[in-house]
Design a binder for this molecule. Sequence first.
Ligand code: SF4
Ligand code: SF4
Length: 287
Amino acid sequence: MIITIASGKGGTGKTTVAVSLAISLAAEQSPPPLFLDCDVEAPNAHLFLHPSLTEQQDVGLLIPVVDEAKCTHCGKCAKVCQYHAIVVLGPKTLVFPQLCHGCGSCTALCPEAAIREVPDRMGVLERGAALLGIPFARGVLDVGQPMAVPVIRQLLAWAQPAPGQVVLRDAPPGTSCPVVAAVRGSDYLLLVTEPTPFGLHDLRLAVQVAGELGIPAGVIINRENGPYPALDEFCADHHLPVLLRIPFERAIAEGVARGQTLVDIHPEYGDCFRQMFTQITLRAGKE
Ligand code: SF4
Ligand code: SF4
C-alpha cells in the first residue's frame, strides 16, 4: 500500500500531515511504515522524524563524453537526442550536461563508438531509522542541480518496502514533473489543501494529475478557519472525499514551528489519522 501525500502548492502543511500519519501508524503497525521524503529540492521531514541517517549513496546520471579523435561529426547522436543535449557544430560535437537526461541513446547509436559515459553526481540518497523505528529515506538534490526527477526515481528504486509494509511518500509541492515522478505507482493520493482561492486553484491542478495517472485521491483541508463553500463544492463535484479537517489554531502553528507533529501537539489526532488510513485502504481497494 503506497500513499503519497501531495499538494498543489507549497506551504499547505503537506509534510506536517505526512509525518503525523507516519507517527500514528507506527504506534500500531508492525513493521512501521516506510517513510520516503521525495521533496528532494527542500527535504524537511527529518526535522519532525529525527532519523539517524546511517547509509548514503551518491545519485546521478551517466553523461556522454565525445572522443573527437574518433568522431566523424555524422550528427546521428544529435538527431536522436530529444533534449538537444548533444549538438554537432561544424567540426565539433558538444554535450550540454545540464540538459542531458542520461538516456544512453546517443552512445548506443554512435557508429564510431566515439562516445563513452561518465557518472555525474546530482545528489545523494540517505536512509536510517527514525522515531518509533520508522524506516526513513530521502533524496537530497545538490545545490545548482536542475533535475529532481532522476533523484526521486532512484530514491524509489533504492528504498524498497518489506512485503506488506505501508509506504508513505512525501511528494514535492506543485504539479510538475518531480511531483508526477513521486506520485506514479501510488495506490492513493492524499491532497493537502487550505481553504483559500489559491489553495482551491492549486488543488484543481493536483486533481488533474491524479486523474491523468488514474490514482484515487482524497483531500485534507488544513488551517480551516470558517466555511469556504467553494472548496467543499469542488470536492463534492469531483467525488473527492474530505478525509480530515485540521483547524487553524495558534497552538498547532507554534508546535509545528518547533518541530512537533500534530500527534505531539494533540494526541487525539493519532486516532484520527488511523481512522483515515482505514478509510483510505477501503477506498484504494486494499482491504
Ligand atoms: S554519432 Fe558519434 S560519430 Fe556521429 S557525431 Fe555523434 S559522436 Fe560523432
Ligand atoms: S544520453 Fe540521452 S539525453 Fe543525454 S545527450 Fe545522449 S541522447 Fe541526449
